[in-house]
Write a protein that binds this ligand. Structure first.
Ligand code: BEZ
Length: 273
């Protein structure tokens, strides 16, 4: 574990609590996913997250198998990820304009996600009543569409801390932490395959979400990668790990090797994949 500022702060806070006379004799500590929940015999006193910023939520990190409450029902995250899942967070404070347009566009694109076998999962920090009231606004804004996907209720900020998507610059009106506009694409191995991290001020581009899903799916099937500004139907590049001989076998339609000053023959374009 890296002892950065947050960890030192945490150790200091924990020391002060353990030394407090109120907690003598009846303190229980429950540890789950790096969170320490401190209970007295009567109540949960507080919780701490011991993950440092460098330890969570990078490419290929596993999504924690947390039990989450949502606008549909409660479930364990891994149970939900039985196909590609797009998990997207909103800067906590509901009834905000950009978030409403984003959630609405997710709804308007529901068919595009379904065609690709992708399930959506929203994440916001307000409570379930607030989520449900907000959904009415989203549906009114995106006329003719219903919010069919669940939205996680993360009032205690457990998931956003575990995913390391707490925005240091934004707070809700009560001064609580809120997440960035994060978006994780997670295949069935539950490991993050692709992440967007946008500040609260910048709404995401749902066409780009669809585009990267198409890229990921194609790259999972063939030894290819998609070049700059690629769109479905356009030429892709053959993976550098594939030798020319193997490429000739795998891409029987033929491919075009771009002649470059290095003459290393590494930029090989193929269509009709
Ligand atoms: C919005 O969704 O419009 C928003 C949320 C937080 C900060 C700024 C804008």
């Amino acid at each position: 574990m890296v002892l950065d500022y947050h960890i030192l702060e945490w150790i200091n806070d924990l020391k002060n609590i353990l030394l407090h006379p109120r907690f003598h004799n009846d303190l229980v500590i429950r540890i789950e996913f790096g969170f320490f929940d401190l209970y007295t015999k009567k109540e949960k006193a507080c919780n701490f997250c011991i993950y440092s910023a460098r330890e969570q939520s990078f490419f290929r990190d596993e999504i924690p198998n947390l039990e989450v409450e949502t606008t549909h029902d409660s479930f364990k995250l891994h149970d939900y990820i039985d196909t590609f899942v797009v998990l997207f967070s909103h800067p906590g404070i509901e009834f905000t304009p950009v978030c409403t347009t984003e959630l609405g566009m997710m709804v308007a694109y529901a068919d595009k996600f379904a065609e690709r076998g992708v399930k959506l999962l929203g994440l916001s920090c307000d409570d379930v009543e607030s989520h449900k009231a907000w959904i009415k606004d989203i549906e009114a804004y995106t006329k003719g569409h219903k919010v069919g996907y669940p939205i996680i209720v993360d009032t205690d900020r457990k998931l956003i801390k575990l995913l390391n998507i707490v925005d240091p610059d934004e707070k809700d009106s009560a001064g609580n932490q809120v997440p960035f506009r994060a978006l994780h694409i997670v295949p069935t191995d539950k490991k993050i395959k692709l992440s967007f991290l946008y500040p609260a001020s910048t709404g995401r581009n749902m066409d780009e979400v669809i585009r990267v899903l198409d890229s990921l799916k194609l790259a999972a099937k063939h030894k290819i990668a998609t070049p700059v500004n690629w769109k479905p139907g356009e030429a892709v590049v053959i993976s550098p790990s594939l030798s020319t001989n193997k490429a000739k076998k795998q891409f029987s339609q033929g491919f075009n090797t771009v002649d470059l000053p290095s003459h290393k023959d590494y930029l090989r374009l193929v269509t009709d994949v």
